[in-house]
Design a protein around this ligand. Sequence first.
Ligand SMILES: Nc1ncnc2c1ncn2[C@@H]1O[C@H](COP(=O)(O)OP(=O)(O)O)[C@@H](O)[C@H]1O
Ligand SMILES: [Mg+2]
Length: 258
Amino acid sequence: MLKIQNLSVYYGDREVLKNIGLEVKSGEVVALIGPNGAGKSTLIRAVSGVIPIRRGQIRVNGTDLTTLAPIQRARHISVVPQAVSLPPAFTVWETVLLGRTPYLNFLGQTSSRDEELTRRSLEQVDVLHLAESRMNEISGGEQQRVLLARALAQDTPILIMDEPTAHLDLRHQLDLLKLISKQAREKNLTVMIALHDLNLASLFADRIAIIEGGQLCMAGSPKETLTTEILRSVYKVPVHVIQHPESHVPLILPGLGD
Ligand SMILES: Nc1ncnc2c1ncn2[C@@H]1O[C@H](COP(=O)(O)OP(=O)(O)O)[C@@H](O)[C@H]1O
Ligand SMILES: [Mg+2]
């Protein structure tokens, strides 16, 4: 379980995240939504430890992450960041094998288990055929899937992703989110994922957390959070909410207004 309490983050003098409290249970997928600049990526960066927090706590199954060294933290949390600069000369295989870094022995040797997890993760996100390609020779969508494979190979109880579907076509968006919700169920993985697309959030998240102006505005099921009133107030546009014909979750259509 991931437990964020009273979290405040500053960029310089500016308080960008204000007193955020959010719990994500084991096996649960929580989507972070909210307008551009709301603080979703900042929350993800704070939880992943790449920016310092000013106040508050981040706990994983009781352990305070802020007290851990990066290598220990990497055994608890894997992160797929929004934009990463990858060494272009690395192959896909080498990039995913990097996910095993927190577990290598002091000589930095990989074991057959490391290789097996790397192979399985590549297979799961449908890029095993690209294993020998260099990272700068594959498409943005393929790079995104390789980064997910790296996070899966890291084999942590918590998985955090920042807009992982941004470069993906429809099939790969669905495949990725289906894979993630399946992993959450089967491996009791705790998943927090910033999503731009409200309809994908509605279809795949157990709960949705709305971030607005650096604060947690509300968290609840898609039905509770994705209402015309709430979305109009958060995004400042008229919307229509209809029901998905199969799963009955809310779907959002932009209104045309006047
Ligand atoms: N490195 C940075 N330095 C200063 N301000 C930043 C930095 N990164 C983001 N911000 C600001 O913090 C706020 C939240 O940004 P961000 O977390 O990226 O929002 P979101 O991911 O929800 O679009 C925005 O106002 C943004 O301009
Ligand atoms: Mg962002």
